[in-house]
Write a protein that binds this ligand. Structure first.
Ligand code: ADP
Ligand code: MG
Length: 506
């Protein structure tokens, strides 16, 4: 368990995340304007009358975005509400032309209800992280303060782009239910799960650097073993795994110090400063905003019937958790290997392409990927599955690896030769593994008579070792195998060598 040592004892952490992911769709949630506001798009060119909040303009709900939310909800094992509503969350800020954000009210069921994702917890065991809800809402525009000495600029291209806010659940009435995040590492793992699910489903790019995934981080601390929850603070708008982890730790230590000095925690909204690695109060409880939520009179309640949910369920691809189980159950991979190979959807697609339905290859492919390929990230293009030579380096493809692995199992080459071919490929050698083996005269000698003469020669030349071996020092077998391999330029089939040596020495 992750704990922090204080003056008075050890403390544990309670963490709740409110994660925003930007929903992939052509147009915005309530208008027909393009939702693709990437930096190359000129400011304020993708703003409809609705986004600009012109008087009398009416929002129209984008059904595709609702489908995306349902898809994500099914991906996190959640209940989908048959009826939910949109409400206006009122506040003034120059990035919000309407003067309110259309969201779904916290007191009512949102489009996606209670669900969960599974992570590997700090103790190494699978752990369910409960999710309270996920709701649809609008994004705001972007302000630019650094382009002019005395002026700020507003770009409303992002205004009205669809967000899905996913909130983790804390069973406040039942503190024994520990299905929540309790450490910086678990927070990162949870966010990675959300990201992978969103990407696997095509619901969001969920990219923190781009801002298509952002998190508000709630942190509280309590003495280890305490059966209550303390007041928490919320760190706003975090966009990096590294900073989220650092901010949680700093914030927890800050709270511990206050509590240990007899103080109490106020429910403040905090801002994290990456340069100094500190959190400071952004808004205190006294200036907490009253959003005066009320149902948006321009929008009908969102009604979703079972037929729609089932239609979407049928289109769901395999999710990372299911992929992992498939690797363990169908391919016999270890939990560790299965976890590594499902870290991202791109990796598992690459792996599946290399296995290409031949389960008997799976274990060797997994070994090669994890122990060799992952050590050379510049030599593979998991994301786009590109091939060819890029910057003088060869991109290894799934077919390259499956061919190599098949050559070993067909006894055409041995493991050592395979490694040599692999290294040649890394170094930019072109051609298939078969062509490279031919070019460098690598083949495996399985013909017993050819190996036998080498075995006899080695036995003849090492009488002392033979005597020791026969006297019980069987560990010397490796010595003989090594010499036979050397004598055959590494081309002998090691299994045949072993067998012959055992027979002749024994
Ligand atoms: P708010 O209404 O302020 O947004 P919510 O009830 O929606 O608060 O909770 C926001 C997040 O904070 C949730 O993920 C929730 O699990 C988490 N949270 C609630 N209480 C605590 C606490 N005592 N310590 C840490 N996190 C908490
Ligand atoms: Mg909330």
């Amino acid at each position: 368990m992750f704990t922090i040592k204080g003056k008075t004892g050890d403390w544990e952490l309670v963490i709740g995340l409110e994660t925003h992911i930007e929903v992939l769709s052509k147009s915005k949630i309530f208008s027909g304007a393009s939702a693709d506001y990437n930096p190359s798009v000129a400011p304020n060119t993708q703003v409809s009358m609705v986004d600009a909040a012109m008087p009398g303009m009416l929002p129209v709900l984008n059904d595709y975005c609702v489908d995306q939310a349902i898809k994500f909800g099914l991906g996190i094992n959640a209940e989908i509400s048959h009826k939910s509503r949109f409400a206006r969350k009122q506040y003034f800020y120059p990035d919000l032309p309407q003067g309110y954000q259309i969201s779904q009210p916290a007191e009512e069921p949102p489009v996606v209800g209670r669900g969960w994702v599974e992570i590997i917890g700090d103790d190494g065991n699978p752990k369910k992280i409960l999710i309270e809800r996920a709701h649809l809402e609008q994004d705001a525009g972007k302000l630019k303060h650094d382009a002019h000495p005395t002026k700020s600029f507003a770009d409303y291209n992002r205004t009205g782009v669809t967000l899905l806010e996913i909130v983790t659940f804390l069973d406040v009435k039942n503190p024994e239910n520990n299905s929540y995040i309790t450490s910086p590492d678990e927070a990162e793992k949870y966010l990675r799960q959300i990201r992978e699910i969103a990407r696997a489903l095509g619901v969001s790019k969920a990219n923190m650097e781009e801002g298509s995934m952002r998190a508000d981080v709630n942190v509280s601390v309590r003495p280890v073993g305490a059966k209550y929850f303390n007041e928490r603070c919320e760190i706003k708008n975090m966009v990096s795994f590294k900073f989220i982890k650092a901010a949680i730790e700093y914030e927890a230590r800050r709270q511990i110090e206050i509590l240990e000095n007899g103080g109490t925690i106020e429910r403040n909204t905090m801002r994290y400063h990456p340069d100094d690695n500190i959190t400071t109060v952004m808004r205190s409880k006294e200036d907490a905003l009253d959003y005066r939520y009320f149902p948006d009179p321009d929008l009908l309640p969102l009604i979703i019937d079972d037929e729609r949910i089932e239609r979407i369920r049928k289109t769901m691809p395999e999710l990372p958790a299911a992929t992992r189980t498939r690797y363990i159950e169908k391919f016999g991979l270890s939990e560790y290997d299965a976890t590594r190979l499902t870290e991202t959807v791109d990796i598992s697609h690459w792996f599946d392409a290399a296995v290409n339905g031949k389960a008997e290859r799976a274990k060797s492919i997994a070994n090669w990927m994890i122990s060799e390929l992952f050590a050379h990230p510049e030599n593979y293009d998991i994301e786009n599955q590109k091939s060819g030579i890029v910057d003088g380096m060869r991109i290894i493809t799934p077919t390259d690896l499956s061919e190599l692995v098949d050559m070993i199992s067909a006894s055409e080459i041995n493991g050592k030769q395979a490694k040599e071919i692999f290294i040649k490929m890394l170094d930019g050698e072109s051609g298939t593994p078969h062509e490279i083996a031919d070019k460098f005269g690598m083949k495996q000698i399985t013909d017993t008579s050819a190996i036998e003469s080498a075995v006899d020669e080695v036995i003849k030349n090492n009488p002392a070792q033979v005597e020791q071996y026969r006297g019980g020092k069987v560990g010397l077998l490796g010595f003989f195998v090594g010499n036979v391999m050397k004598a055959t330029q590494g081309q002998a089939n090691p299994a045949v060598v072993n067998e012959l040596l055992r027979k002749k020495l024994g």
